[in-house]
Ligand binder design. Structure first.
Ligand code: ADP
Ligand code: MG
Ligand code: MG
Length: 192
């Protein structure tokens, strides 16, 4: 179940992981993208953190909404609108439930709609979809999150910048899948 406290804690942990792995995320984005994913996410999560501190949201819906707005307004890259839409759809879902599964499913659907994408195209969805599938079966583990990210190496990118290099994207981890792993790890660590 999402609460204001465990959601804020999750976002704080997510920000810390992004900061710690900022250079690594940008390195992953170098061979198959433009090398900015770590910087994009770090800038976005800094804005999220500032917004949550200054506005002190009192509901799960408002925490998600402020997060979405900060990401959409502060991240120029593809990942900003995609994560931002996920957070906005999760805000909408949180109006009627605090259950984790339907909220995360709404986030996933938001990314698919905004990105015109599906799992299997070497994007963040290749972390979101297996993670949510595992949550459904109450079987989410650190190992599953890691193996899903690793599996993006085998996929030829057909969406986003990585699609420009086509088959040469094989052998490389998708940076957005890696940052999404930090998001799901953060949820687990915060006890969501
Ligand atoms: P940009 O590509 O604009 O520089 P980022 O580097 O911050 O943006 O983010 C790239 C990540 O965004 C990719 O690794 C991928 O996971 C994700 N992504 C890109 N396009 C899509 C899409 N259409 N659907 C889902 N995820 C996408
Ligand atoms: Mg990039
Ligand atoms: Mg970019």
């Amino acid at each position: 179940m999402f609460t204001v406290d465990n959601l804020k804690k999750s976002l704080q942990l997510f920000k810390e992981k992004i900061d710690k792995n900022k250079d690594y995320l940008s390195e992953l984005d170098t061979p198959i993208g433009d090398g900015d994913h770590g910087n994009n996410m770090a800038r976005g999560m800094e804005a999220v953190s500032e917004s949550l501190q200054s506005k002190e949201p009192q509901t799960v819906q408002d925490v998600f909404k402020l997060t979405a707005m900060a990401l959409i307004s502060k991240v120029g890259g593809a990942s900003g609108p995609l994560y931002g839409t996920a957070m906005m759809e999760m805000a909408k879902a949180a109006a009627t439930t605090s259950e984790v599964l339907p909220i995360l499913e709404a986030g996933l659907a938001g990314i698919e709609k905004r990105g015109n994408s599906k799992p299997g195209e070497k994007t963040m969805l290749d972390e979101w979809a297996p993670a949510i599938e595992a949550i459904k079966k109450d079987m989410l583990t650190e190992a599953l999150l890691e193996s899903a990210v690793e599996a993006t190496k085998e996929i030829t990118a057909t969406k986003g910048r990585a699609s420009y290099v086509g088959e040469r994207s094989i052998g490389h981890i998708d940076p957005g899948a890696m940052s999404s792993m930090y998001f799901f790890q953060s949820l687990m660590e915060a006890g969501v």
